[in-house]
Ligand binder design. Structure first.
Ligand code: ATR
Length: 299
């Protein structure tokens, strides 16, 4: 048996030595994190478990302080806490500082450390599918929290050009100007309409959807008309519910390389365990348990 960070042997159930990582969000009932992270933690043989807690924005500071006092190893934070959490940590990693949000807090005994691992998770997930960011010409749909994170990450990973297409043009323009200013990568902002998309995609090697179009319950929607897809245009959709969105199904049908949103979830959890537990969890175990739970949920 492997010993845990708290010195006890592997526990088949929770006991007085169990340490916790919590994921905080509101809503949180849909989160796959406890399922996939606990599968990997059990396999590692550590006496650490992940729990999901629904926390309102007003309660976030008290919960972070309380979790630290209660000996939690760390916290993962999701919508709507990613920006507010910045003000609750002593230090933040460079990517979190750059994009102004975090998704992981580690209580390391001396202080409260903040990380943003979403960009890492997305880029690792693309790499696993053989989709290269360096020198890519990227059409990025959406300029919300996820769009912002990926725009910065793609620029930092050496994309040759980035076009942000957003329903609300001013929001896309603000993001484009900011990313260009901080990274030096040329970023264009355009409205998300079919004719503009046709032109932008004809000049792109990678299409990335960060909008909620195509997400349950709107499974029969796609942000991109199928006739604009082609074999040499890789497609990444961060949506994971449904597992295969209409956009990904239609991209695969024309022979394009595709990547779905499960990878981002899995690699975010991988990093959380590495940082908070100091061990490498099995990515395969997390992927399998996540897919199994999603399939069961989606019937
Ligand atoms: P997230 O943090 O997941 O990125 P968000 O910040 O609410 O969520 O951003 C949602 C993104 O999806 C935005 O780019 C939004 O466009 P607007 O800026 O115009 O709101 C986009 N979006 C949501 N619903 C959409 C729809 N029906 N058509 C096109 N874009 C949509």
């Amino acid at each position: 048996m492997t010993s845990s960070p708290s010195g006890s042997s592997q526990a088949p159930f929770l006991n007085a030595s169990t340490r916790y990582i919590a994921i905080l969000g509101d809503p949180i009932g849909h989160s796959m994190t406890p399922v996939l992270q606990n599968a990997a933690l059990c396999e590692l043989g550590v006496n650490v478990r992940n729990i999901a807690l629904r926390v309102s924005p007003a309660d976030l500071p008290a919960v972070v302080t309380g979790a630290r006092a209660a000996g939690f190893l760390g916290l993962m934070v999701t919508i709507p806490h990613k920006v507010a959490a910045l003000g609750l940590v002593d230090q933040i990693d460079s990517f979190g500082k750059l994009i102004g949000s975090l998704n992981l807090i580690h209580f390391n005994g001396e202080g409260v450390l903040g990380y943003n691992t979403d960009g890492y998770a997305a880029s690792r997930s693309l790499g696993e599918q053989g989709i290269v960011l360096k020198d890519a010409r990227i059409a990025l749909l959406g300029a919300g929290g996820a769009g912002r994170c990926l725009a910065y990450k793609f620029a930092l990973e050496g994309a040759a050009a980035l076009t942000v297409l957003n329903r609300t043009e001013a929001r896309g323009a603000a993001l484009a100007a900011e990313v260009c200013q901080h990274t030096g990568v040329p970023v264009t902002a355009l409205p998300l309409t079919d004719d503009v998309l046709a032109q932008a995609l004809s000049e792109s090697t990678l299409l990335v959807n960060t909008t909620s179009v195509g997400m349950h319950p709107a499974e029969e929607e796609s942000p991109v008309p199928a006739e604009l897809l082609r074999p040499d245009l890789a497609v990444y959709d961060i949506v994971y519910n449904p597992l295969e969105t209409k956009l990904l199904r239609e991209a695969a049908a024309v022979g394009a390389r595709t990547a779905d949103g499960v990878g981002m979830l899995v690699y975010t959890n991988e990093r959380a365990v590495q940082v908070c537990v100091g061990r490498d969890p099995s990515v395969e175990t997390m992927m399998d348990s996540c897919l199994e739970a999603l399939r069961a949920r989606q019937g």
